[in-house]
Design a protein around this ligand. Structure first.
Ligand code: FAD
Length: 431
């Protein structure tokens, strides 16, 4: 039996730890906080089980999460989201198309735009996009004379699918690659039917069959000997294993490793990787206020969210609802206290436009501004090929897993897919 130390118990550290444990490894997870989950940590209060902001999974049963859980014989049912709605720039509510058929029904596009968008979407469904990886979505739209409703649609797809509302930054190739997959596999945004709790619990059980999860255990540094990772130091104590996997966003890598061991370019790549950032508001609602079971969008601001309890079971007490709304913005905005407040105000404005009676129905609420939502913004300088690989260069038996490394997709998918990429780098096996 080989042994693995996992530094961090984010969702991707847990998924990979559980997968390796299932394959026979003794996995020890060290987590600095008092609970597992990292950025996807769950909160339970007064019978409401709430994600840390919205945590939808693209591709549902075909996602990396589903593949890992299936491999461990812990199948997770996913539910497709229902019809989605947008409050457009002019204040009108229209259908937000998530399938080809919706393109014809929605009031978002004029008749001419409907013809054009169907043509563009058909090309994306058939196409290959490697040559567009380093072209921004903004430049691609200018080249294709994309204006009006189609421009607003792509802007919102960029904000939601890519978690990047800045079309001048988003990689057109990466976005179309994700859209291509969605269009061809017929699975888009989905949510675990019973929420995330069974996924976390399944991973914890799997890890604990052979190994352990140590909470309140901050790794001070990874022990490297003769250019090989052999263990970690935690509170002055050494723990040894055959390999070490670091589950931190790469921006934080050198909190546990010495920069001197690496080439300057690698250090700079990791430290300067731009994450996605933004503000979100979660609301535990006292009584049922809406039946919408799809995504909800506003164009100004470019915000989105969902009533998760209309999709998943058992997340609220009887008649309660859970709403989570999210407004992606820049790291600079989140760091600046004035801008942060302004963004939160704008997000409240968006919520009240959708649900005018929300204020009198709030049981409790939570507001947060986050510097790192996803580890990597998928901009033209940070496409998959340009991010750090699963294997840490120059050090044997040292690996990374998480949403800032070279793995396919966008947003949280990158992290979930990284579980498969790192698993393959370690074991040579594919799922
Ligand atoms: C508001 C919000 C909304 C989101 N929405 C979605 C969504 O809809 N869909 C989606 O797929 N993704 C979404 N994401 C992104 C998703 O949450 C992340 O991709 C995912 O949680 C990252 O997990 P991870 O395991 O890679 O890293 P992390 O969650 O960052 O895990 C790292 C862990 O390491 C621990 N740690 C750090 N330093 C040490 C140390 N020295 N010693 C021990 N432990 C340490 C941390 O405490 C943490 O638990 C969202 C994120 C946020 C914040």
């Amino acid at each position: 039996m080989s042994s693995t130390i996992m530094v961090g118990s984010g969702v991707n550290g847990l998924l990979l730890g559980a997968l390796l444990s299932h394959e026979g490894d003794k996995v020890t997870v060290f987590e600095k906080n008092k609970a597992v989950g990292g950025r996807a940590i769950l909160k339970e209060k007064d019978g409401y089980v709430i994600d840390n902001g919205l945590h939808v999974t693209r591709f549902g049963p075909l996602s990396a999460v589903a593949k890992v859980m299936d491999r461990m014989n812990r199948h997770v049912e996913y539910k497709k989201v229902g019809e989605s709605f947008l409050i457009d720039h002019d204040g009108k509510t229209v259908l937000f198309p998530t399938r080809l058929g919706g393109m014809f029904k929605t009031g978002l596009f004029s008749f001419r735009e409907k013809i054009k968008i169907v043509g563009l979407i058909s090309k994306i469904k058939r196409g290959k996009f490697n040559h567009l990886m380093h072209l921004s979505l903004g430049d691609w739209m200018a080249q294709h004379n994309v204006t009006g409703g189609i421009r607003r649609y792509f802007e919102l797809v960029s904000a939601s699918l890519m978690v990047c509302p800045f079309v001048e930054k988003t990689s057109a190739g990466e976005m179309f690659r994700t859209l291509h997959k969605i269009l061809n596999c017929n699975h888009s945004v989905e949510y675990p039917q019973q929420g995330w709790l069974p996924i976390f619990n399944g991973c914890i059980d799997e890890i604990k069959t052979n190994g352990d999860i140590k909470l309140n255990s901050k790794v001070d540094r990874v022990i490297v000997k003769d250019k090989k990772a052999i263990g970690v130091m935690v509170n002055g104590e050494s723990f040894y294993a055959d390999r070490v996997i670091i589950n931190l966003p790469v921006q934080e890598l050198f909190s546990v490793l010495s920069e001197e061991m690496f080439e300057a370019d690698y250090v700079s790549l990791c430290k300067n990787l731009i994450p996605t950032s933004g503000v979100f508001i979660d609301i535990a609602i006292k009584k049922r206020i809406s039946d919408i079971d799809g995504m909800i969008y506003t164009y100004a601001p470019k915000a989105l969210g969902m009533i998760t309890s209309n999709i998943a079971e058992g997340l609220t007490p009887e008649n309660g609802q859970l709403l989570t709304m999210w407004y992606p913005t820049s790291l600079e905005d989140v760091i600046d206290p004035g801008m942060r407040e302004k963004k939160l105000e704008e997000l409240w404005g968006a919520i009240r436009r959708f649900f005018p009676d929300i204020d009198e129905n709030i049981h409790w609420k939570r507001e947060k501004a986050l510097k790192i939502v996803d580890g990597a913004q998928i901009n033209i300088h940070q496409t998959e090929d340009l991010r750090p690989a699963a294997k840490v260069p120059g050090i044997e038996q040292l690996f990374l897993v998480g949403d800032s490394i070279a793995a396919p997709g966008a947003g949280g998918d990158v992290g979930n897919e990284s579980v498969l990429v790192t698993f393959e780098a370690i074991t040579g096996k594919t799922l």
